[in-house]
Ligand binder design. Structure first.
Ligand SMILES: [Zn+2]
Length: 426
């Protein structure tokens, strides 16, 4: 019979941060600290050694036969967006706990140590930068880049760390390498509708799309909507709209390459009904697992900007906010996860991830695998986020099997006397 304890642990974890509308558990907040305290107790109850590193990632460890060997780790995050759902990140951490509980119950001794990692500050909600905990653990982010980031109250990242007893000047000590980790696995909700639409229970992620982001300022001339004749206008909104439509068209034409393109910010100035719009602030987000496709879309958007500038006599300034490389996950781990889905008779599909996860950073230091479980109606970052407990358990089955494959089963301790007595009585 399946063990549904992940459901009750999830409820308790979310109790600390429930609001009238969903869950709010921001990085380094009191709510997150309470959540971590709860996780620490759960880990300790399973006999794990728990520590927190210099950036606030929590690491729970179950030793193997060879304590010097690199660990096989499962992890995710427990911080959330504002008024988010109950499943994002949390199920990844709790699934690691369930795997360890199964090992303990079966008295399995592994060759390599097993770890569960609770990453800190995965969501960009508080500081505008995502996956900070795993970026620091993998050396992708350093003190200089983080210290001066500010949250919405104007507190710097350094000050917020200090509030929870951490020191920004020491965060580089949290860095780990392939000597420390043999494998990293993450189970996450899909946050999209594909698995549900395909009737699959597991998504084995092959690549994680990375964003290229552009910021634009389209400058025309604000003028009276009644007295400015049509041929005399420099309408920033209609010019910007042509760019936004081109962004959508390019995204559609590159859909076969898993490319998506979005104009997510479109701020019109002065935004008055009887004034021809004089300026537009735009932000464009292009994502793909194919660098070639992403580059093509970017080049076409830039070309369109030039064309609109000339045709409509507008001034358009733009700059690249970010241009990150897509991540391709380890083919060895993908094979391992896919084979285990097959052997467990769990319907699965290979797919890419449009959203970033801690796994993408971990892939820089060790072979990494990411699996998705279905999100009901694809809803996420919203109070209606929902994943069936049965689906989570299938994910845990895959994690357990894959983890054991990589950690190596060294044996089971000799059963204690009790079992023999039972048998003789029977
Ligand atoms: Zn997440």
């Amino acid at each position: 019979m399946s063990d549904y304890s992940i459901r009750s642990n999830l409820n308790t974890l979310n109790e600390f941060s429930r609001t009238d509308n969903g869950v709010t558990r921001l990085a380094f907040s009191t709510e997150e600290q309470k959540g971590k305290k709860f996780m620490r107790t759960l880990f300790q109850n399973e006999g794990l050694a728990v520590r927190e590193d210099e950036i606030g990632n929590m690491i729970a460890r179950r030793e193997g036969i060879n304590p010097q060997a690199p660990a096989v780790a499962i992890g995710s995050h427990i911080d959330s967006v504002i008024e988010g759902g109950e499943y994002d990140g949390t199920i990844g951490v709790l699934s690691g706990l369930e795997v360890v509980k199964r090992l303990n119950k079966k008295q399995i001794v592994t060759t390599n140590p097993v770890e569960i990692i609770v990453f800190t500050c995965e969501e960009s909600t508080r500081f505008g930068v995502s996956t900070i905990g795993s970026k620091v653990m993998t050396g992708l982010s350093k003190t200089e880049g983080l210290g001066n980031l500010k949250d919405f109250d104007g507190k710097t990242f350094a000050e917020v760390l200090e509030e929870v007893g951490l020191d920004i000047t020491k965060i580089s000590r949290a860095k780990r390498s392939s000597y420390d980790l043999k494998l990293f696995l993450e189970m996450h909700i899909e946050q999209g509708p594909l698995l549900q639409q395909l009737g699959k229970k597991i998504g084995v992620v092959t690549g994680i799309a990375s964003p290229t982001r552009l910021q634009l300022r389209v400058q025309g001339k604000a003028s009276h909507s009644g007295t400015t004749q049509m041929h005399n206008r420099k309408d920033a909104l209609t010019g910007a709209s042509e760019i936004a439509l081109e962004v959508e068209k390019l995204g559609r034409s590159e859909a076969n390459n898993d490319t998506v393109a979005t104009t997510g910010v479109f701020g019109v100035g002065p935004g008055v009904m009887n004034v021809v719009p004089g300026s537009v602030e735009m932000k464009i987000d292009i994502r793909s697992t194919s660098p070639t496709s992403k580059q093509y879309v970017l080049e076409q958007v830039i070309k369109k900007i030039g064309q609109i500038k000339t045709e409509r006599d507008l001034s358009i300034e733009w700059n690249l906010l970010s241009d990150e490389k897509p991540v391709h996950l380890s083919s060895e781990v993908i094979t391992s996860l896919s084979r285990n889905c097959k052997e467990l008779s769990i319907p699965y599909t290979a797919m890419s991830s449009g959203a970033g996860h801690d796994a993408m950073n971990m892939s820089y230091i060790c072979p990494t695998g990411l699996i998705f479980v279905p999100s009901c109606d694809g809803i996420s970052h919203h109070p209606d986020e929902y994943t069936e407990v049965e689906d989570m358990i299938l994910g845990i089955d895959v994690l357990e099997k894959t983890m054991l494959e990589w950690a190596g089963v060294s044996g089971r301790p000799i059963p204690t006397g009790g079992e023999g007595c039972e048998r003789s009585r029977g």
